[in-house]
Structures are given as C-alpha cells and as structure tokens.
Design a protein around this ligand. Structure first.
Ligand SMILES: Nc1ncnc2c1ncn2[C@@H]1O[C@H](COP(=O)(O)OP(=O)(O)OP(=O)(O)O)[C@@H](O)[C@H]1O
Ligand SMILES: [Mg+2]
Length: 238
C-alpha cells in the first residue's frame, strides 16, 4: 500500500508514522498518522509552533530515532528492517545534520570540529583537512579555522556546525532550527548556503524552523500542529 512512490522517485516515504513518548503513566503523542513523501532534490521546510513535532520528525527522518507506529522507507527500503549498526552506517554515509545547539566540541578547533564526520568515515587526515577547510571557506570562516568554539560568536558557531553538516557532501541535509538565536544577516547567510547546496549539488534539504524569515521562497512547506500534518504547500520563489 505505497502512498507516494511515483515510479520509484521517492527518497523518503512516511506511512502513517507516529511517535509516542511515555512519561510514567502519561502517553504523549508527539507525531501521529503522518503520511509524507519526499523526492530527491527537494527543499522542504517543516513549520509549526513549539511542540508541534518538528524535531521529533527530524530525528525520525535522520534515522536517529524509531517511530512507534507506521513505516519509514528510505530509497524504497523499510528502515524498520535495519539494525542500529546499519542505521548508523546510513547516517554517516548519506545524511548530514545541523542542530540548533551546534553541538560543537569545545576543546577542538573549528577545523577539527568540521573534520569529525570525516574521521567517522575514516577519511585520510590530509584529505579531511582539505575538505574541512573548503567547507569552512564556503561558510565564510576560512580565517577562523584554528579558533575554538568559545572564541567564536553564536552566528559563527552556527556556521561551523553547518560546515560540519555539509562537509561529507551527504545527499540529505537535515537542519533543525539552524538559525535560532542568529541575527538576520547570519540567518540569511545560513539559508543561502542551504539553498546553494540544494540547487548546485542537488542535496535534499529538510529544514525545521519557525523562523518566518527563512520561509520566503522555500519550495515546499509542511506544517505541523500537535503532531499532525495540517498543510503541505508547494510554492514558487517569491
Ligand atoms: N524525549 C522526549 N520525551 C518526552 N516527550 C518529548 C520528548 N521529545 C519531545 N517530546 C514532546 O513531543 C512533542 C513534540 O516535541 P518536538 O521537540 O518534536 O517539537 P518541536 O516542534 O520541535 O518544538 P520546538 O519548536 O520548540 O523545537 C512535545 O510535546 C514535546 O514535549
Ligand atoms: Mg524542535
């Protein structure tokens, strides 16, 4: 009972996906009955108020978490059939993440932070240094390679995190509130980079945000409310 897989062109397909959290006796439905199909190369924004389920959805799409109901297919493969090792391998190989809290390692330089996902893939050090330097240059931080996170502004740290998310040139970039706490100029710079990845490299970009500044011109907006999909709009550029 495939719902959205037209001729095998679906990258990610969710069928009746739900995620329930249990807190003692209380059950909290963070996501419910979600049907969604994402094609390769799409730029999709997930919007909705705080608590609507955006981060939960990002974690599920990135195979960081498992649904408690329904199925998630990645390139036609039912992800429920994958063990944790295989899911980790897919995350390393195919998915780049950018999270709101940056999660940079404080004792490492900006360059070393960006190299981390390449280390996970056992990229030779000389190669990983070169690619990390390129990624830092792409986010406008070539001059800050040797600085530690604490020596950078919030916007610069966010761009380091973005460089780390894109350095592997993964086919899917998942960004959860990547511009929270950023001034407008930095927010637009981060969005511009994601747009370029999408248009120039064909990276599928999945962006959770309630930052209205970022939504202008985004190709597709999926709106959540109380864990349910309430709108799925495709719009052109402004
Ligand atoms: N680990 C958890 N344990 C229990 N409940 C959780 C957990 N993570 C999220 N929730 C709950 O699930 C619901 C959806 O949370 P989620 O973080 O996905 O929302 P969000 O749309 O990302 O919100 P925000 O815009 O504030 O980031 C909320 O009610 C939240 O309290
Ligand atoms: Mg969130």
């Amino acid at each position: 009972m495939s719902t959205g897989n037209q001729g095998g062109t679906t990258l990610l397909e969710l069928q009746q996906v739900g995620r329930t959290y249990r807190l003692g006796d209380v059950r909290l439905e963070a996501l419910a009955a979600l049907d969604l199909a994402i094609a390769p190369g799409e730029f999709v924004a997930f919007t909705g108020p705080s608590g609507s389920g955006k981060s939960t959805l990002c974690h599920l799409l990135g195979l960081l978490d498992l649904p408690t109901a329904g199925r998630i297919f990645l390139s036609g493969e039912d992800t429920a059939t994958l063990d944790e090792n295989r899911r980790a391998e897919i995350r390393n190989r195919r998915i780049g993440f950018v999270f709101q809290d940056f999660s940079l390692v404080p004792v490492l330089s900006a360059l070393e932070n960006v190299q981390l996902p390449l280390h996970l893939r056992r990229t030779p050090p000389a190669d990983s240094r070169r690619r990390a330097a390129e990624a830092l240059a792409a986010v406008g931080l070539a001059g800050s390679a040797n600085q530690r996170p604490s020596q950078l502004s919030g916007g610069q740290q966010q761009r380091v995190a973005l460089a780390r998310g894109l350095v592997t040139e993964a086919e899917i970039l998942i960004a959860d509130e990547p511009t929270a706490n950023l001034d407008s100029a930095s927010a637009y710079a981060v969005l511009g980079l994601m747009r370029r990845l999408n248009t120039e490299r064909g990276t599928t970009v999945l962006l959770a945000t309630h930052d209205a500044r970022l939504l202008e011109g985004v190709g597709r907006r999926v709106e959540l409310r109380d864990g349910r999909l309430v709108a799925d709009r495709r719009g052109g550029a402004p």
